[in-house]
Design a protein around this ligand. Structure first.
Ligand code: NAG
Length: 296
């Protein structure tokens, strides 16, 4: 086949496989690691269960790589005892100086609330943790968790409510925004006994295993990157909905929502951690810009 034809075929396959929400789990994801039967997928309900037992947890990742887009999924966390467990939903690139955008759900003792931890790695550098409590019990029903990553900002949303944003300040501080490395979408469930719950004081209680989480309706509306590294949608990126004005900034309504989350539900923010960053919140430099009341 001539090159143009090949490229066209690759583009078509990519468009079908990488953006579809209607495709099969096995086409959309690869299993990275899992103990026997720790991943179950149900085609009819589009549900995927990951479980954690004493022999191990599970990790899946999208078969496609993406550069910018909207990544959304419904998730129901472990009901009852979940201390020491970590459920992660994240975008990540590979190799040295990797980029990563994270949601991590830290389990807790029966009756105690989950913590939602978010972080961002750029060029291999993380240390941008924030933590919130959720305003609902995430173990009873499915809730929607979304990462929007565009040329202007990264938005973390819970049930479409922004809980955090991180602006693209490449023009001010080069090297602080993920903008060159394609990422996969990954989900995992693992044992974080040493650190996850109450600073590691509450390890996993295996007598309650298996611990099970359920995902459904993975929806990636995103720019897939072809195996040769090119992407069909870089030139005209402004045409995509996730790059639109509504996602370039926060309007007043969503700024109010974010203020509500920050004032009522936030329990940790690296931008105010003077032990780690003596000049906080002036440094790290991005901190001055990623607060809802500052918008140039
Ligand atoms: C677990 O519950 C305790 C007590 O309510 C709380 O202090 C803590 O932040 C919760 N989350 C984690 C991950 O430890």
């Amino acid at each position: 086949m001539e090159t143009a034809g090949k490229l066209l075929l690759a583009v078509c396959l990519c468009v079908i496989l990488c953006s579809g929400t209607a495709i099969k789990f096995e086409e959309q994801f690869n299993v990275v690691w899992s103990s026997l039967n720790n991943i179950l997928s149900y085609e009819t309900s589009k549900e995927v269960e990951l479980s954690l037992t004493k022999t191990g947890g599970a990790n899946i990742q999208s078969s496609c790589f993406y550069l910018y887009g909207s990544f959304s999924v419904k998730l129901k966390l472990i009901h009852g005892e979940s201390a020491g467990t970590v459920t992660a939903l994240y975008l990540t690139s590979f190799g040295d100086n990797h980029d990563e955008i994270d949601f991590e759900f830290l389990g807790n003792e029966t009756g105690e609330p989950y913590t939602l931890h978010t972080n961002l790695f750029v060029n291999g550098i993380g240390g941008r943790e924030q933590r919130i409590k959720l305003w609902f019990d995430p173990t009873i029903d499915f809730h929607t968790y979304t990462i929007i990553w565009n040329h202007y900002q990264i938005l973390w949303l819970v049930d479409y409510i922004p809980i955090r944003f991180y602006r693209n300040l490449e023009h001010v501080y080069p090297g602080a925004y993920p903008h060159t490395r394609p990422m996969v979408v990954s989900a995992s469930l693992f044992d974080g006994s040493g650190w996850a719950t109450q600073d590691g004081r509450k390890p996993v209680r295996w007598e309650y295993a298996p611990f099970v989480i359920k995902f459904k309706n993975f929806a990636f509306d995103a720019c897939a990157v072809l195996p040769d590294g090119s992407t069909p949608c870089n030139n005209n990126y402004r045409a995509h909905w996730w790059e639109g004005l509504y996602y370039q900034m926060l309007d007043e309504g969503r700024r109010d929502q974010l203020m509500w989350v920050v004032s009522k539900w936030k329990i940790y923010d690296y931008c105010y951690d003077n032990k780690r960053y003596p000049l906080a919140p002036k440094e790290p430099l991005e901190c001055q810009y990623n607060v809802p009341w500052v918008w140039e």
